[in-house]
Design a protein around this ligand. Structure first.
Ligand SMILES: NC(=O)c1ccc[n+]([C@@H]2O[C@H](COP(=O)([O-])OP(=O)(O)OC[C@H]3O[C@@H](n4cnc5c(N)ncnc54)[C@H](O)[C@@H]3O)[C@@H](O)[C@H]2O)c1
Length: 267
């Protein structure tokens, strides 16, 4: 019985690509997938961070390779998928975790900032879905996981661009689930609440760019209050939700947005 349960969540023999894998949620997803038996291929613009993530995977006995990839460039995303298939022989799981955030009122947002976020969060996810599905179509199976946000569920002053891109990721997820289902590819999103990563801590930086411990403590308290559980999240909370969607345990699940957010939003 225990073996049967373990098996449902294992990824032995499978290959997973993770974008945004140099940090935070993407790094932990790579580590958890490796713990479940997958070989992982990591993409990000941050090469030093990628090297640390490869080391983190190897530290748990996993096999990882990395490739510098800017997800805003379609050719680079395609090349990441092709390199994974060439090196590993197959592609079973693809996570679009590369992302960026910006804060600012609608009346003050400058066009380059809007373009930057749209390019990373939306276009990057779009090309990721396309490249993954192309590779998975030949196999007749696969699982694509997009990273949305609780921010897509509720209006937050100052978060217009970020929330807009993440709401679009939810819609893209459902469209891809419809288009790719006929050839066995599932497409889902995770929409985390506040998760303790470098991105989430940008709000707690002082004017020198250092994290202000008092600001952070207050910020964490406020965010925990948004959860009925009184909790904030860590990357592992999201990575384990991704494992469910990536593995056979999630075989009947597609077109869904799973919210590891401590109950911070319940649409
Ligand atoms: N941390 C949170 O509270 C939270 C909540 C909801 C959703 N998210 C989403 O989770 C995802 C991961 O965020 P995180 O919190 O781990 O942040 P993070 O900053 O730790 O990681 C994001 C990674 O994306 C990479 N990246 C940025 N632009 C890129 C590009 N053009 N091409 C390739 N890689 C690029 C960065 O280099 C970085 O390694 C993002 O999509 C984010 O929007 C985070």
């Amino acid at each position: 019985m225990q073996d049967e349960l373990n098996q449902a969540f294992r990824l032995d023999g499978r290959v997973a690509v993770v974008t945004g894998a140099a940090s935070g949620i993407g790094r932990e997803a790579a580590r958890v997938f490796a713990l479940a038996g997958a070989r992982v291929v990591l993409g990000d613009v941050n090469e030093a961070g990628l090297a640390e993530s490869v080391a983190a995977v190897q530290a748990v006995g996993g096999e990882a390779s990395a490739r510098r990839t800017d997800v805003t460039q379609r050719a680079e995303v395609d090349a990441l998928a092709e390199a994974a298939v060439r090196a590993m022989g197959r592609l079973d799981v693809w996570v679009n975790s590369a992302g960026a955030v910006t804060y600012g009122a609608v009346l003050e947002t400058a066009e380059p900032e809007l373009d930057r976020l749209t390019n990373v969060n939306l276009k990057g996810t779009y090309w990721g879905c396309a490249a993954a599905a192309r590779a998975m179509q030949a196999q007749g199976a696969g699982s694509i996981i997009n990273v949305s946000s609780t921010g897509a569920d509720s209006a937050g002053a100052g978060l217009s661009v970020y929330a807009m891109t993440k709401a679009a990721v939810n819609t893209l997820t459902r469209t891809c689930a419809k288009e790719f289902g006929s050839f066995g590819v599932r497409v889902n999103a995770v929409a985390p609440g506040w998760i303790d990563t470098p991105m989430a801590n940008t709000r707690f930086r002082d004017s020198d760019g250092e994290i202000d411990p008092e600001l952070r403590e207050r910020g964490l308290r406020d965010r925990a209050q948004a959860s009925p559980l009184g909790l904030t999240g860590v990357p592992r909370d999201v990575a384990l939700a991704m494992l469910y969607l990536a593995s056979d345990a999630g075989r009947f699940v597609t077109g869904q947005v799973l919210r590891p957010n401590g109950g911070a939003s319940m649409p």
